[in-house]
Design a protein around this ligand. Structure first.
Ligand SMILES: *Cc1c(COP(=O)(O)O)cnc(C)c1O
Length: 369
């Protein structure tokens, strides 16, 4: 079976977990503090990093810190993981599904603009397939309407834009370190911001709103007498997770060039196959989390079944959220609906080999002939 995606961990991660277990301090302590410091150094710039237990929790806390709550509306591309929509409804706000750009599947700022109302408070762009070339458009549009921006950078850890790593700039940037993302901490995520007040709010909210509990935990203690002045959650990261994340971070250069090589192999192999069109993304500066191509919508499901019958898993990222019962919209999103029928994600993970890619492309050719 050639899998669509998988976790890849080795001796370094195993040793790191054993070390964390041997320390017999499994909760949020030194490992998490070090992981946060290393992440801040990695992205560069003068940034605050707050590690949490999932990317979804990162989005939820970022939205809460931005002051989004009941009665507010948040503009979200319909093609994204449902985590974005759930994070918005978790703060009591309403996700407003927006259309995406046909070529890159990134949030269409001009469509989002049409959906602004008095209740609109924020926009949540997604770095779809690790690309964020259109982020400046989102900030321009958000500024003109006085909206907060929360970036879903779950796909783009380790990527660059304008010679800066993702996370080095931006209001509130959220990463996911779940098992199949560019780096993993088992499960996990982080919010990165340059604003110390927002960072403080997020730090408290990940530990049940207990004020300044993070500092105590990083000294191996905890707060006994404390105050709580806002809603918080048990969203902190554990030392075990951080130990895995730190080991993964040391392998970053290797994993990044491997993913880039795999993507460039696909681009070369698909060059003489006009029926299979890779998205026109900024691949040289991306560390691709998924590799998405467009195919004839009438052939997509047949192709997927054929590939599966040959032991090749594929995916479709993502089912439009405005079609879900909980988030149904009463308006169509033409571009979203069109591209949804065309997209196909091919296998991409660190254990994929060139021979596997040859098989994948050969089987695609065989089906389309
Ligand atoms: C993975 C992912 C998330 C959520 O991250 P988890 O760590 O799985 O909670 C959010 N948005 C997108 C686009 C993702 O791919």
């Amino acid at each position: 079976m050639i899998r669509l995606s998988k976790s890849t961990v080795g001796d370094a991660e195993k040793a790191a977990v054993c070390k964390a277990l041997d320390a017999e301090y499994l909760g949020m302590g030194d490992e998490v503090r070090l992981f946060e410091e290393e992440l801040a150094a990695f992205v560069g710039g003068d940034r605050h990093v707050i590690a949490v237990n999932t990317g979804t929790a990162a989005l939820h806390l970022a939205l809460q810190a931005a002051g989004i709550g009941p009665g507010d509306e948040v503009l979200v591309p319909s093609i994204t993981y449902v985590a974005c929509f759930q994070a918005v409804s978790a703060v009591g706000a309403k996700p407003i599904a927006c259309d995406v750009l046909q070529e890159t599947l990134f949030l269409d700022s001009s469509d989002a603009q049409k959906r602004v109302t008095k209740a609109t408070k924020a926009v949540l762009p997604v770095h779809y397939a690790s690309d964020s070339q259109h982020i400046p458009d989102v900030y321009r549009f958000a500024e003109s309407y006085g909206l907060s921006v929360v970036e879903d950078a779950a796909h783009s850890f380790g990527c660059e834009r304008d010679n800066l790593r993702i996370g080095a700039s931006g209001n509130l940037v959220c990463f996911s370190f779940d098992g199949i993302k560019n780096i993993t901490s088992g499960e996990g995520g982080a919010v990165i911001t340059g604003d110390s007040e927002l960072a403080e709010r997020i730090r408290d909210a990940r530990l049940l709103g207990v004020q300044k509990d993070t500092e105590k935990r990083y000294q191996g203690g905890r707060s006994w007498e404390f105050d709580v002045s806002s809603q918080g959650y048990r969203y902190h990261m554990s030392n075990i997770m951080a130990a895995i994340g730190r080991a993964q971070l040391t392998k970053f250069e290797c994993s990044c060039s491997k993913r880039q090589r795999l993507v460039s192999n696909y681009l070369n192999l698909l060059e003489d196959l006009p029926e299979v069109k890779p998205l026109p993304l900024n691949y040289q500066h991306n560390m691709s989390h998924i590799f998405v191509v467009k195919v004839d919508p009438l052939k997509r499901e047949g192709l997927r079944s054929h590939l599966l019958s040959q032991g090749i898993e594929t995916g479709v990222h993502y089912f439009p959220n405005h079609w879900l019962t909980y988030y149904k919209s009463d308006y169509p999103l033409p571009c979203t609906e069109k591209v949804y029928s065309e997209i196909l994600s091919l296998p991409l993970h660190l254990d994929l080999k060139f021979e596997h890619q040859l098989i994948v492309v050969d089987e695609i050719k065989r089906y389309l002939k």
